[in-house]
Design a protein around this ligand. Structure first.
Ligand SMILES: [Zn+2]
Ligand SMILES: [Zn+2]
Length: 107
């Protein structure tokens, strides 16, 4: 169990990302969006949470339109396949995390 990031993990950290190996150096260090390579500033960037891979931890970031789109897609895909979310997404930990992710991307 990783405890070092508990509590500070953004909901966006649950979103699937492109393979680290397929990204540019700028994308891997958070200077540009992991999805479309848009150059990011402190104001436009959305943190996607620390990600672990074989070489250690990296901190991907995205532009707001990509983060919103990806969070929405993940939510739609999940809720289409999850009976609990059809009733009430608040009862589904994954569903409510994705709803939070969409909100985080909108901020
Ligand atoms: Zn982007
Ligand atoms: Zn669900």
């Amino acid at each position: 169990m990783p405890s070092d990031t508990a509590g500070t993990q953004p909901a966006l950290a649950v979103l699937p990302l492109p393979e680290l190996g397929s990204l540019t150096q700028d994308q891997a260090r958070g200077a540009t969006c992991v999805w479309d390579g848009t150059r990011l500033t402190g104001e436009t960037a959305v943190d996607l949470g620390p990600r672990r891979d074989d070489d250690g931890v990296w901190f991907p970031r995205a532009c707001r339109p990509c983060a919103q789109g990806q969070a929405m897609d993940a939510l739609i895909q999940h809720s289409g396949a999850c009976e609990q979310c059809v009733d009430d997404h608040n009862r589904c930990p994954e569903g409510s995390t994705l709803v939070r992710a969409v909100r985080e991307a909108r901020r």
